[in-house]
Write a new protein. Structure first.
Length: 602
């Protein structure tokens, strides 16, 4: 029996040598640095560098060493003990891959790249993937967009996780096909945790910066209808000199997380029009900032993070992320309650994608309460945020949180507004001419890569709460784009009440929000039909606006209803002014801004 085993073993070794020799004849993997998408790590095995090690002496290999493109050393760690002597690479269910990207002989160290797949339920498929993309050791700023540690929780079981560009051995989470079919797993029911820093620059790896980002798929179409972004803003303090991994950065500073969630952003696809070729079309986002809530007790246990254990510790420059069995973050079940029941907030803002061109993976990006007319990333305007749409969105700002994050529907326009907002503005882009696209990872942080037209001018509508009761009561118009408001309307002067019924943000769940959006859209459409009838009766022809009379989607109906009401209101007003009928002009103003066309019949 032993003789048979020996013969089989010899045959297996010969087969292995034959396979390795075949690969060694051609040292370049076929898709190495071609113009095609580099989905996988190159199969470029050199016989002289191929080595397997049996750490636990159980007869099978636990480590697999070889080199890939340009002699970059890699090692696979067989965490689930299923590697065979004939294997040419590890597996993507429970193994860990360390890449010595800078070829300094150290794994998982500065400038190195590591991937760990973790199978929590033992079904042979990874449920969690960890990427550790380390930057240089001498970076002055520990928070570094050239680095990240990222966990993807594959809760929808689609096996899509991080996207890695194997030509450069880097994580490019924002690469996509079409407008927003991202290679990264941002679609459906999924979550991720991410910190832009090298692992060795983070004080406590149980915490994170985006901690986490939850995506929700309510209708089972594998697309996300809502997302919540949690942020624990780190502080910086001198590195812990007692920790040997910090010995070379004693003059630097590391990231410290205090366990307080100080930023929560929620976004909704209110018309549920996400679809292939339109994968991310979020319509509205609400931002809450302040002291936030303590999430330090939100402990999430993972049994597969530790992997092989101490036997492989010698491979790691920073082994701490391989020693974890706990991550601390709000999970999907308690995210909503923690935000609204425990959060201590002092700022709220709302942004609505009025031109419906948002195809970002994360949210409708927030306008900032800055200059109305300045344009460009970091230029001090509404779109100061490098990721914001230059025009086309409507932003509103409650800088003292007097409205507690509540919402209301404006009778004057049938749109969702932020209660307590001191002011707001809509940079009008009726045809999404300045289309909000998405640039490269590095370009976007330099204010480049927006892939949209920065216009010479744009129409702008400004909203003000002049009596400080939380509701908009004055609207100013700059429709010709000359940065001068040529018209304004004060609700008190035309004799209408600005107060509206408020909606608790906590009750604005996805399902409830979707129903509210449909209700206000249908109501606005009915109003449009009323004013068409009023105009025709007054002798004002509305056929000029026939384009708006046949919407083909819920968002078009929402958009077209507003413009029908607005255009025809303006035409009727001019018609009455030409007839010097100030009584009808005043009645028309009151009817339009109160949302009650029946006033015209009284």
């Amino acid at each position: 029996m032993n003789q048979i085993f020996k013969k089989l073993f010899v045959v297996a070794i010969l087969i292995l040598i034959s396979i390795i020799s075949a690969y060694s004849q051609n040292q370049t993997y076929w898709n190495n640095k071609t113009q095609l998408i580099p989905w996988r790590m190159p199969l470029n095995i050199q016989k002289s560098n191929f080595k397997m090690v049996d750490l636990d002496k159980d007869g099978d290999p636990d480590l697999l060493y070889y080199t890939i493109s340009n002699d970059v050393p890699v090692v696979w760690i067989d965490d689930d003990d299923d590697m065979k002597w004939t294997d040419l690479e590890g597996d993507a269910d429970s193994d860990c891959l360390l890449i010595d990207r800078n070829k300094d002989g150290i794994f998982a160290g500065p400038l190195d790249f590591s991937i760990d797949w973790c199978d929590e339920d033992g079904d042979g498929k990874a449920d969690l993937q960890v990427i550790v993309n380390n930057g240089a050791i001498d970076k002055r700023n520990a928070f570094d967009f050239d680095s990240e540690i990222m966990y993807v929780l594959d809760t929808d079981k689609d096996q899509i996780m991080n996207y890695i560009d194997w030509n450069t051995i880097s994580m490019l989470a924002w690469e996509h096909n079409g407008h927003a079919n991202f290679f990264e797993d941002y679609h459906g029911n999924t979550s991720f945790i991410k910190t832009h820093a090298s692992s060795f620059r983070i004080n406590n790896l149980k915490y994170g910066w985006e901690n986490p980002f939850h995506f929700y798929d309510y209708d089972g179409d594998n697309l996300s209808e809502m997302a919540i972004r949690f942020v624990n803003t780190p502080t910086f303090r001198p590195a812990d000199n007692s920790n040997p991994i910090f010995k070379n950065i004693d003059k630097e500073r590391d990231l410290h997380f205090n366990g307080m969630m100080d930023y929560v952003g929620i976004t909704w696809d209110l018309d549920n029009d996400n679809s292939p070729a339109n994968e991310f079309d979020f319509d509205m986002s609400l931002l809450l900032k302040g002291n936030g809530f303590d999430y330090s007790k939100q402990v999430n246990k993972f049994k597969s993070l530790k992997g092989l254990g101490k036997q492989a510790d010698f491979l790691f420059y920073d082994k701490r992320w391989r020693e974890l069995d706990t991550l601390i973050f709000p999970n999907k079940d308690n995210a909503w309650d923690l935000t609204f029941k425990k959060g201590d907030w002092n700022y709220a803002s709302l942004v609505f994608d009025e031109d419906d061109d948002c195809n970002r993976w994360e949210r409708v990006e927030y306008y900032e309460p800055k200059d109305l007319f300045k344009m460009g990333a970091n230029k001090g305007g509404l779109d100061n945020n490098p990721q914001a749409d230059v025009i086309g969105d409507r932003g509103e700002f409650d800088t003292d949180f007097s409205g507690k994050g509540k919402l209301y529907i404006g009778s004057f326009d049938g749109k969702v507004h932020l209660y307590g907002a001191e002011w707001g503005a809509w940079r009008v882009d009726q045809i999404a001419n300045s289309f909000q696209g998405y640039g490269g990872l590095y370009d976007r942080w330099k204010g480049k890569g927006r892939m949209q037209i920065q216009p010479d001018k744009f129409a702008l509508i400004k909203y003000e709460d002049t009596d400080n009761n939380g509701f908009i009561d004055k609207i100013l118009y700059d429709l010709d784009g000359d940065k001068i408001f040529e018209d304004s309307v004060s609700f008190s002067k035309i004799g209408i009440d600005d107060k509206q019924t408020t909606i608790e943000s906590e009750s604005f769940t996805y399902q409830n929000g979707k129903e509210i959006f449909k209700t206000i859209t249908d109501k606005n459409w009915s109003r449009a039909q009323e004013i068409i009838a009023i105009a025709e009766k007054a002798g004002v022809n509305t056929h000029w606006y026939n384009f708006y009379k046949t919407p083909l989607s819920l968002h078009q109906k929402y958009d077209y209803a507003f413009w029908l009401n607005f255009y025809i209101y303006k035409d009727l007003r001019q018609h009455y002014l030409q007839k010097n009928n100030t009584e009808l002009v005043n009645k028309l103003d009151k009817a339009y801004y109160s949302g009650k066309w029946e006033i015209m019949n009284n």
